[in-house]
Design a protein around this ligand. Structure first.
Ligand code: NI
Length: 168
């Protein structure tokens, strides 16, 4: 297993659209293992393959306090959603920035697991928010893109400055 490098906004590769996984190969197993290890090491609650520069529709999520309830979604699709919920979101690709985003409160998702079987799952509140946030990554969308242009450009310059400072 390996800890993968997480792309940092405003890296352009975060805007690539992920392709569906066509078969559960050894490569996908390794990807999921590495993504899981990377998410836990970074103390995150979710990670999309896009964030580690692999542009395939794979996400891992664990919103439990005990960090032992891993969910793997391959080719996830939202098949129903209702309600509205806003939550102060953060992202491993946008460190130190937390902003409220409006999402559906309850969703039903259909996805494939690592055995290649389709499953459906209902999620609400934080779990539902997290799934929607990670699925956005697969579409090349980062959560701060829901904010005003002004806020986005402030965040971009803040992060660019921080990345420059870290290099020098
Ligand atoms: Ni994120």
């Amino acid at each position: 297993m390996a800890i993968l490098k997480i792309l940092q906004y405003p890296d352009e590769r975060l805007h690539k659209v992920a392709a569906p996984v066509s078969a559960i190969t050894d490569e996908i197993h390794v990807l999921v293992q590495n993504m899981t290890e990377t998410m836990y090491a970074a103390a995150g609650i979710g990670l999309a393959a896009t964030q580690v520069d692999v542009h395939q529709r794979v996400i891992v999520i664990d919103v439990s306090e005990t960090r032992d309830q891993l969910h793997v979604f391959i080719n996830p699709e939202i098949i129903a959603s209702e309600g509205e919920f806003d939550y102060q979101e953060g992202c491993l690709s946008v460190p130190g920035i937390f902003e409220k985003v409006k999402r559906a409160e309850n969703i039903s998702v259909r996805a494939m697991n690592l055995n290649g079987d389709l499953f459906e799952l209902d999620a609400s509140s934080l779990f539902a928010i997290c799934i929607q946030h990670e699925m956005d990554h697969l579409m090349g969308k980062v959560f701060i893109e829901y904010l005003s242009q002004l806020k986005q450009s402030r965040i971009r310059s803040k992060l660019r400055k921080r990345q420059r400072d870290a290099k020098s």
